[in-house]
Design a protein around this ligand. Structure first.
Ligand code: PLP
Length: 267
């Protein structure tokens, strides 16, 4: 039997880099009854959450919500925009950058891992001038995406995403910009539209102070256009049906109703 209500300081208090402690008002919202996810009340909830979450990402574009942990949203970002064998540029900032690169390999992509010598990247984060130089050298535009971690939870380093955008533009390169801000969103400054990010990946259990279990892809029009050409196999992660049904506040499958109550309160 779990005894999570017992703690010497009166209640269980999480002090790890995430999941974060969930405030009582969110826990209370999540205790509402689970409703019919095809009924009219659910549509209202869905529209409210989908609209509210855009403010957090600072975007006017669609934000896709998955009933999955952040790892699922990583896979969604890659599989919706890329094709088998595509060359992607990633930057070694620590554990999560390394896991995302491993996922890219598992999916049949060809990641190239840029990095500073030794563990310097763990201290100094993404070096946008290295990205610019590498993209300038890619005169054939074989690199299809640049993938970086905004806030590398394993080291605590926060990277300058606006500078990465400037580097891609300065090189005149058409690569997509994919950013993991799973532990950055709602903690550090983040601007999906202004920084020209094509896919922002995030999760519920860090800055949003929700329990684990939902994750996000904020997407640009350029990313949507890329998804029409992208050939990596995908079904559950496919944006098309989700974005279509989200227009009326619903999902193609059973969403995480009670976590969405919490998300409505959190956003
Ligand atoms: C920066 C970063 N990326 C990715 C992940 C993986 O997310 P999840 O454990 O929710 O699948 C985490 C988890 O802590 C993370 O901090």
């Amino acid at each position: 039997m779990l005894k999570l209500d017992f703690h010497p300081a009166s209640r269980h208090f999480l002090q790890i880099p995430g999941p974060s402690p969930v405030p009582d008002r969110i826990l209370r919202a999540m205790s509402y009854p689970t409703i019919d996810h095809r009924g009219p009340e659910f549509g209202e909830l869905g529209l409210k959450v989908l609209d509210g979450i855009k403010k957090i990402f600072k975007t006017q574009q669609p934000v896709v919500i998955y009933p999955a942990s952040g790892t699922g949203a990583w896979e969604a970002a890659l599989s919706n925009t890329l094709s088998s064998g595509d060359h992607v540029l990633m930057f070694e900032t620590g554990h999560f950058a390394t896991l995302w690169k491993k996922m890219a390999e598992n999916l049949g992509l060809k990641p190239e891992f840029l990095g500073l010598p030794g563990i310097e990247g763990w201290r100094r984060g993404v070096q946008s001038q290295m990205i610019e130089e590498r993209l300038r050298a890619d005169t054939q535009h074989s690199i299809k995406a640049v993938c970086v971690v905004h806030n590398e939870t394993s080291t605590g380093i926060t990277s300058d995403i606006a500078a990465v955008r400037r580097a891609i533009d300065a090189a005149g390169h058409p690569a997509l910009l994919l950013v993991d801000t799973i532990s950055g969103l709602a903690c550090a400054d983040y601007r999906h539209d202004e920084w020209g990010v094509d896919v922002t990946v995030s999760g519920s259990q860090k800055g949003l102070m929700l329990p684990p279990g939902i994750s996000f892809n904020a997407i640009s029009q350029k990313a949507i256009a890329a998804s029409k050409q992208a050939k990596l196999p995908r079904s559950f992660w496919d944006w098309t049906d989700i974005v279509g049904m989200n227009k009326t506040g619903y999902w193609p499958y059973t969403p995480n109703t009670n976590l969405l109550y919490g998300a409505e309160r959190s956003a």
